[in-house]
Structures are given as structure tokens and as C-alpha cells.
Design a protein around this ligand. Structure first.
Ligand code: UDP
Length: 538
């Protein structure tokens, strides 16, 4: 990967002239700072001021033109974490004429993606906040291809997982610190600023206790397209599942330990009649872990960032997440949410240690490793007595940290029982037929015919044709939902029908106008759109 910015690609005088004459041009997508990504031509960065610079000229463009709303609170989020006040992007403005008095610009010839990594030392954050969002931001803009260059502006050093970031493009990513060595005024010929949040599934609890995002927009398919890309780059090939089935225990070696790991491995192997192996980030290369997990039937691990590796599990596999004493699994669900995304096709099981005898606490460690010695005595006692960490905000709640960094002796019968509630026979991976869930189109050519019998009875015959896409599909079960609503009323009568016509007679009055809503349903839960409402007069 080339680290140098190749100035050979830049016609320096032409570039400088364009900058002076045209200034900066910015066009963004998104209505709010939280969903905005901006494309720039000639965005500059002063490495001395550590500020981005927008140059005004006769040809410059700034869309949206927010005026001072640009600072309320910012133009956009530079990381994929929503509205975090340490992650805002903005620029300062100057007239292009000021360039005469400024350091000579150094031009960045590569198309740049400028963003912040959120927490590059934590594997969950690396995948969820950075790698997936970068990958899909690059998919969104066609000139962000493998020749694009990533610029990480959060100010961290490379971090332990930098090799993963390098897989996303052929050019070496550059860090904020390194920009200083390139020049005093850097000008990005073409750049995109910000990351798509479309793939994120979890909010970490900055404003409300952590939990799944309110409106999740990613499914297993997109996750697996990403992991397929990563595996190609890591040179990990998907082996044929003809080979032996096995269970992976992903262990932590520094803290939050499983104290009876050997016993656990033996028990799993015996119960499921499968080879059971352990991996850890400390003892295995990343590629080896991916290779092992991508063919595993079950992944067992303490709650923790390493569990994000269930991204790489094959469809049908089982994730078993172990929670230390006093930590309610329902309150910490980044990996449950991942495993249960539509189309991930993973089975998820949470197990919690409920026996105080089986936990080892570390009250005397530093606060960031869960120590509580710095708290007053009464608070320490309350925490030690408590049987559940109350819901809390991120990130420094001492009771949470105290409990999160306990070691656990796993109660084997209790764990096996929990797994057996869900995994009845042998755990996955199942060779599944493509179970893509396709939705019906609208029903077509809906018609109604009314007949009146006397002054108090009427019938309504409604018929329609199948949705257009049905004739190309093999669908297990096709049903129709029909709602009949008297005009002007709020309520309606719902019907589920198997045929394409039906005569309604109950509760149908003569000389009344009915609105008839019809939609198709595939396989019980794939609800299609309603066709245009049908007006029927009896
Ligand atoms: N980590 C690890 N082994 C350990 C402890 C931590 O590999 O024994 C990794 C962990 O997977 C994560 C990072 O170190 O990527 C930070 O761990 P921390 O406990 O701070 O975060 P958590 O796992 O609770 O998200």
C-alpha cells in the first residue's frame, strides 16, 4: 500500500489555479447533521490550525446553505455514532484570495473518505462503528473505490486493529497526526466527509440506556456481503461444510475470565459430540479466528467485544453469550441484536451466572477495570450487596464496570440446560435453501359488485387478481387480507381469505358506501402493500 501522496498525478499549477478560481464546492445528502454526508471538491485542511478550510470564490458552492445553523450543533457527524459531541465536523471559511498569504497547498490526488473512528481499540466498535459504515459509505459513492484513500481524523494512533482498516482500500489510510508531515495546507481534490449510519444496529447509551437502535435498516444479507469481502481480503476461503463440525469457545485472557474453561470445553464436546476448540485475540491471528468461526456450529463466549466475530458465523450457527453475576442479559444486547437481525439466521442464547459463589470480583483494581475502592464505603457496600446492576448510561458507571469485569465459574449443568432449551439436536450450520423473503406486489384489477335485497340486506362481491410478481415465485402460502370500512367510520372489518374473490354479507348495509382495502400476504408474515382503495356502493 502506498503511503506517499503521489504528487506526480497532480498538475500542480492547474490544481492551484482551480482552487483559487473555483474555491471549494460542497454538495451534501441528508436533512440533518446526523444523516449527512458531504462531497467536496477542493476542501482544504490546515495542519497547523487543525481545521478544515472552505474557500469562497465566484464559483464555490455550499449545499446545504445553513448559515449559522451550521454550528447548531455541527454540519455533520464525522463518526457513525449518532450526534456525539466529540465527533462533529465543521470547517472555517476564507476567501480564496487569502490563499496568496497562506502556505503553498499540497494537493491530495486520491479520492478521499474523511471520517472518525469511534473506538479503534475495541473490536465491537471497530466493526460496528467503523468497518461496516466505511464499507457501505464506499458502496454508496462510486468514486470511493479501492483506489480511494481513508483519512481518520479522530486523532488516535493506528490501534491494534489497524490491519483491518487497511483491507478497505488499496491505499494506506492516513491518520490526523500524519497529515502534519505532508504539508501545512492540504487540499483534497475530491473528498467525501462523514459515514453512513445505515448499517449500525446498536446505540451505546449516551442519552438513554444502551440498546438496539430504534430503526434498524440492515439485514443479514448486507452483513454477509461485507464479511465475504473481508474474508476475500484476508485470504480466508469458505471451506466446504463437509468437514468436521465443531464448537468454538472464544476466551478472554486478561479479564472477565471463564475460570473453569477446561471443564466447559469438555462438557460442550461431550454434550454435543463435537470437537470443541478455544480461540483468543491474544493467541490467534485474526485470519485464523475468522477461518475457525466461519465454519463453526456454535460460538460460546463471555459478553464482550470479541463476540462481534459472530458476524463471520455461517447461517444456522448458534451464539451462546455468557453474562457475569448481576448483569442482566436483556440490558446489554449488542450481540443478541446482531445475531437476531433479519436474515442473519443465527440462534442466540444468553446465559447468566446467578450464583454469587461462582463469581470473583476485583474491588481493588483501578476504576476503569471495575475497581470500586475509590467510592465511599456505603456505596461500595451497596454495590457488593446488589444482585443486579440497574440500567445506566454509558460509560463510566462503577457498578457496571465492577460487575462487567468479574471472572465467572460457569455452572455447567445450568449452561447446558439453557442451550438445550433452544438447540434440540445438533447445532447448525445448516445447509439452507435460499430463504430470501420477497414481498408480494399489490393485487391487481380489484372490482366490486353490490346487490341489495330488500331494505335491510346487502351483499358485496369483491374480486381481484394475483400480484404481478407471484407468477415468477414459488410461495408456500398465499393469502389475502381484506378490510371493509364504511365510509366516514374509523373502524373496519378485517378478513383473511385464501381465494381471489369473496362475497361479504355480514354487516353490509344497503345504500352505503364502503371502502375496500386489499393486500396479499406470503407465508403468513410477508405483508404486501394495499392496492388502491376500492369504492363500493350498495
Ligand atoms: N480483550 C481481549 N481479551 C481480554 C480482554 C479484552 O481480547 O481478556 C479485547 C476485547 O475483545 C476488546 C478490547 O480488548 O476488543 C477491549 O475490551 P473491553 O473489556 O474494554 O471491552 P468489551 O469487551 O467489554 O467491549
Amino acid at each position: 500500500q502506498s503511503q506517499e501522496l503521489s504528487q506526480a498525478q497532480v498538475d500542480y499549477h492547474a490544481a492551484l489555479q482551480a482552487l483559487v478560481e473555483d474555491g471549494t464546492r460542497m454538495v451534501c445528502t441528508g436533512r440533518m447533521h446526523t444523516d449527512r454526508i458531504c462531497r467536496f471538491e477542493s476542501l482544504c485542511y490546515s495542519t497547523e490550525a487543525e481545521e478544515f478550510v472552505y474557500f469562497h470564490s465566484n464559483s464555490s458552492v455550499m449545499l446545504p446553505s445553513l448559515g449559522s445553523r451550521r454550528f447548531q450543533p455541527a454540519l455533520l457527524d464525522l463518526s457513525s455514532v449518532e450526534d456525539h459531541n466529540t465527533q462533529y465536523f465543521n470547517f472555517v471559511e476564507l476567501p480564496a484570495a487569502a490563499l496568496k498569504f497562506m502556505p503553498k497547498p499540497v494537493f491530495v490526488p486520491d479520492v478521499a473518505l474523511i471520517a472518525n473512528r469511534f473506538n479503534p481499540d475495541n473490536l465491537m466498535h471497530v466493526f460496528h462503528d467503523d468497518l461496516l459504515p466505511i464499507y457501505y459509505t464506499m458502496q454508496q459513492f462510486s468514486d470511493l473505490d479501492m483506489e480511494a484513500r481513508l483519512f481518520f481524523m479522530e486523532g488516535w494512533s493506528e490501534g491494534v486493529h489497524f490491519d483491518l482498516y487497511k483491507l478497505l482500500s488499496n491505499k494506506q489510510p492516513l491518520l490526523r497526526e500524519q497529515l502534519k508531515t505532508l504539508g501545512r495546507l492540504l487540499c483534497f481534490t475530491k473528498s467525501y466527509v462523514g459515514l453512513s449510519k445505515i448499517t449500525t444496529w446498536y446505540q451505546y447509551g449516551f442519552v438513554q440506556p444502551q440498546g438496539p437502535k430504534a430503526n434498524i435498516l440492515v439485514s443479514g444479507n448486507e452483513i454477509r456481503q461485507f464479511t465475504k469481502f473481508m474474508m476475500q481480503k484476508l485470504n480466508v476461503s469458505l471451506e466446504e461444510s463437509s468437514s468436521e463440525e465443531y464448537i468454538v469457545v472464544f476466551s478472554r485472557t486478561i479479564n472477565r475470565l471463564i475460570l473453569n474453561e477446561a471443564e466447559l470445553i469438555l462438557a460442550l464436546a461431550q454434550e454435543f459430540q463435537m470437537k470443541t476448540i478455544t480461540v483468543s485475540l491474544e493467541e490467534h491471528s485474526f485470519s485464523d479466528i475468522v477461518r475457525l468461526i466461519s465454519n463453526a456450529s456454535m460460538l460460546v463466549s463471555m459478553h464482550g467485544a470479541q463476540l462481534v466475530m459472530s458476524l463471520f458465523l455461517p447461517r444456522g450457527a448458534t451464539v451462546v453469550e455468557l453474562f457475569p453475576y448481576a448483569i442482566n442479559p436483556e440490558h446489554y444486547t449488542p450481540y443478541k441484536t446482531l445475531a437476531t437481525l433479519p436474515g442473519m439466521d443465527l440462534q442466540y442464547i444468553a446465559w447468566q451466572n446467578t450464583d454469587q459463589e461462582d463469581t470473583v470480583t476485583y474491588p481493588d483494581r483501578p476504576w476503569d477495570q471495575g475497581g470500586i475502592a475509590h467510592l465511599d464505603k456505603a456505596e461500595q457496600e451497596r454495590i457488593i450487596k446488589s444482585t443486579e446492576v440497574p440500567r445506566h448510561l454509558c460509560c463510566r458507571n462503577p457498578e457496571w464496570l465492577f460487575r462487567a469485569y468479574q471472572d465467572t465459574k460457569v455452572n455447567i449443568p445450568s449452561l447446558i440446560h439453557a442451550i438445550r432449551q433452544t438447540v434440540k439436536s445438533k447445532p447448525g450450520p445448516r445447509k439452507q435453501k435460499w430463504s430470501g423473503s420477497l414481498y408480494p406486489g399489490k393485487v391487481r384489477d380489484a372490482k366490486c359488485q353490490a346487490s341489495v335485497q330488500g331494505t335491510s340486506e346487502a351483499k358485496l362481491s369483491v374480486s381481484w387478481h394475483i400480484p404481478w410478481n407471484l407468477k415468477y415465485l414459488k410461495v408456500r402460502e398465499v393469502k389475502y387480507e381484506v378490510w371493509i370500512q364504511e365510509q366516514g367510520e374509523n373502524t373496519y372489518m378485517p378478513y383473511i381469505l385464501s381465494h381471489q374473490n369473496h362475497t361479504f354479507s355480514e354487516n353490509i348495509k344497503p345504500f352505503t358506501i364502503y371502502l375496500v382495502w386489499i393486500r396479499c400476504i406470503f407465508n403468513k408474515n410477508l405483508l404486501g402493500p394495499f392496492a388502491d382503495v376500492l369504492l363500493c356502493s350498495t
